[in-house]
Write a new protein. Sequence first.
Length: 150
Amino acid sequence: MSSNKPTTESHVGELLSGYIDGELTQQQQQRVRIHCENCRDCAEELEQLEKLRTEVGKSRLSPLSEDIWREHMKEPTVEITRGLGWILFIAGVLGISGIAVYEFVIDTSMATHIKVITGLVWLGLGALLVSVLRQRLIERKSDKYKDVEI
């Protein structure tokens, strides 16, 4: 008893997304094409995925154009509130860090060698952070892409 319809095990559903995205090998693409010519279910699924990809490609996250969006982000009010937000955030982090360091230093229940080891780890991380920040500031002066807008 032979049937022209492919068996469930031979469906290519797992390859359809890769087929649409052009991520399959030539052999896999050929397998999908031939299979979809003979399998109505997979052909319909491929068609639905292609429609979905087209619709998603047309969609926009914002009704504003990119130029208008950039203009809004450069308004003085936005820049001032963004700067103020960063200042408050950094001040809060420094305040919490200061309290944590103070508590760490005056805590008598922790052994001295644990405090020294923990302090070395944090000092090492701090040194790495300063090193990276310094390197970025030096590179910023000669970065040929700093004024490129995406």
